[in-house]
Design a binder for this molecule. Structure first.
Ligand code: F6R
Length: 606
């Protein structure tokens, strides 16, 4: 969602801000703006559309030099896409950028109206600027403190006060903000991708603490004005990881990074051939007294849960339910201290997943999160964390984050089963061996690109499409379908193959593409019957099977055979095929794969 960058120091702030906003483009946005201190006060430039439009405007409209400023990419929530709604917003001496939603903005607006103060935009963010300005008496920290008492909702603010040149103030509640000091000054941003150029060492601004950034230092104080030292974190990737590195799109690069991401995620958890969570500081006592597991997440992360459930239940015989976080948080789930709630999130900031985690804690459940971004809200609020090591994922469509989430869930299943005596050491070693082997299979499937690119030419003009599968292949179908939908804009549905004939098969007519996943031997004969059902109604079938499966040529129009891999590990290989299908279909339709319309990388609103 909205991207934030702030800089004060010895570099040209306008360049730092616009370059930072380019790094943040992947988050999804529809307009952008910057404000910076000049000799004549704070100057603001805004533009709808791409950051490049903003850069052109900055060049045309402002020749001043600047050492300090704030910049924002906006993903519209309150008020349409227009210059006036674009951030930064100004109210009196206050200029501010905001990520999040102020839920009580209507009430606040009515209060301000009583004093004759009216906003010029339709945004909740301008109301926040007006509230801070109305609390301002020359002391920025006090004004922010007083103002946030009045604000309900999620926010990350960077604020400049007209009479405090070259200083940035920041505060957050729910929405992310990371900050770093470097030789050139002080930087703050909504995520590390914009910061990495300046420093690999950073801190997450603690919630409801105020950061004061000057060119020499960042001072963080709590609500009682006490100075606190935030916990420093370190990222182990560099600027190159956040660049395309010769690929046309980040998505393609990230698909190709999967073998490394899997290795980095699996290797630290294998000691002497056995699953081991010592380095994650997850004690075996975490597994004590668990009667039930709930996995909750959104989108692709939730789909990873559908696959993980199978392995966990199979090895531990503990029931697992997979819940959509936005539903779970408003249900009255039957969970207690004997429930382990696993939240899965690439960003670690997804609002619904975070709320689901908080609900789990309120109900006394143990919580474990599988998260990619270090120090993110979900990681910080969980009892235990299994970090995935995919590195930064820039493309909106999640690829490498998904396969590493699968690997983390499998490792969890192995360790749980081993600790509780459901798996012998020998069997655990065998499973680990198969998981490690899956990495080389993923590597092999990466070479299927040309074959899949050719097949995707047949999907180019499709308007509707179906993914079908049984068991693990049904969970995979869900993932294949969301991936295709989000970047190719083709309507698609994932169906449990046996369920089709209970209604949906009426939609299968001549040349409707059906992507049939048949990697699971235990349901293969049934799956083949289901494929015949759609084929006899005219469907164009693309069949994905395991190497050992022999199918007669009349069953499908195109056959994609995975290399030999144990059925339970086939999702790792099939995921790559599905990612390629989405990618090459979108490319054949001439679309911007990395930044699909209407979508944001990290969904920090409900
Ligand atoms: C789809 C996709 C989304 C995310 C979902 C959760 O390709 O990326 O469905 O998986 O928004 O995001 P995280 O994992 O950051 O919680």
């Amino acid at each position: 969602m909205c991207g934030i960058i702030g800089f004060t120091g010895i570099l040209d702030a306008k360049t730092v801000l616009t370059e930072g906003l380019k790094e943040l483009e992947y988050r999804g946005y529809d307009s952008a703006g910057i404000s910076f201190f000049t000799d004549n006060g704070i100057r603001t430039v805004k533009a709808t559309g791409k950051v490049s439009n903003l850069c052109d405007k900055v060049k045309e409209e402002s020749k001043e030099t600047a050492a300090c400023g704030i910049g924002h990419t906006r993903w519209a929530t309150h008020g349409g896409v227009s210059d006036v709604n674009c951030h930064p917003h100004k109210a009196g001496k206050v200029t501010l950028i905001h990520n999040g939603i102020i839920e009580n903005y209507k009430e606040l607006q009515e209060e301000l109206a009583k004093d004759g103060q009216f906003p010029v935009s339709q945004t909740d963010s301008e109301i926040a600027a007006m509230v801070i300005n109305s609390c301002y008496n020359g002391n920025p920290v006090q004004a922010i403190k007083d103002a946030v008492k009045k604000l309900d909702g999620a926010y990350a603010f960077c604020i400049m006060f007209e009479d405090h040149p070259d200083v940035i103030y920041a505060i957050r509640n729910g929405s992310p903000l990371v900050a770093a000091s470097c030789e050139e000054g002080s930087v703050i941003a909504s995520d590390m991708v914009a910061l990495i150029k300046y420093s690999k060492d950073y801190f997450v601004l603690p919630e409801r603490h105020i950061a004061r950034l000057t060119k020499n230092e960042i001072v963080v104080t709590d609500m009682e004005h006490r100075v606190i030292m935030p916990k420093m974190l370190h990222v182990n990737w560099d600027v190159a990881a956040a660049r395309k590195g010769g690929y046309d799109y980040f998505m393609l690069k990230e698909i190709h990074e999967q073998p490394d991401s899997l290795r980095n995620t699996i290797a630290p958890r294998v000691v002497d051939g056995l699953p081991d969570f010592t380095a994650d500081q997850i004690p075996d006592s975490m597994f004590d007294g668990i009667h039930k597991i709930v996995i909750t997440a959104c989108g692709t992360a939730m789909h990873a849960g559908l696959i993980g459930k199978n392995m966990i239940e199979k090895l531990t015989r503990v029931p697992v339910s997979v819940e959509i976080a936005s539903e779970f948080r408003y249900a009255s789930p039957i969970i207690d201290e004997h429930t382990l709630v696993i939240t899965i999130s690439q960003s670690g900031e997804t609002a619904d997943t975070l709320a689901a985690l908080r609900l789990a804690r309120e109900n006394g459940s143990k919580t474990l999160s599988i998260v990619n971004v270090k120090g993110s809200s979900i990681a910080r609020e969980s009892d235990y964390v299994l970090y995935t090591h995919a590195g930064p994922e820039i493309a909106v469509a999640s690829t490498k984050a998904y396969t590493v989430q699968l690997s983390a869930l499998y490792l969890f299943a192995f360790r749980f089963a081993l600790v509780t005596g459901k798996l012998t050491e020998e069997a655990a070693r065998d499973y680990i061996g198969k998981l490690e082997h899956a990495i080389s299979i993923v590597e092999e499937v990466l070479s299927y690109d040309k074959q899949i690119e050719t097949i995707c030419q047949r999907l180019k003009t499709a308007e509707d499409l179906f993914f079908i599968g049984r068991g693990l292949d049904y969970g995979l179908s869900c993932e294949g379908s969301i991936k295709l939908k989000e970047i190719s804009y083709i309507h698609s549905e994932a169906y449990a193959a046996g369920e089709l004939k209970h209604g949906t098969i009426s939609l299968i007519t001549d040349n409707i593409p059906v992507i049939a996943l048949a990697t699971q031997e235990n349901v293969l004969p049934k799956m083949i019957s289901n494929i015949r059902e759609v084929r006899s109604r005219g469907a164009m079938v693309i069949l994905v099977t395991n190497a050992e499966v022999t199918v007669d040529a009349s069953l499908c129009d195109h056959l994609i055979k995975l290399p030999a891999i144990a059925d339970e590990f086939a999702p790792f290989a099939a995921a790559v095929v599905l990612q390629y299908i989405a990618y090459y279909t979108a490319i054949s339709r001439g679309l911007n794969v990395d930044q699909p319309r209407n979508l944001a990388k990290s969904v920090t609103v409900e």
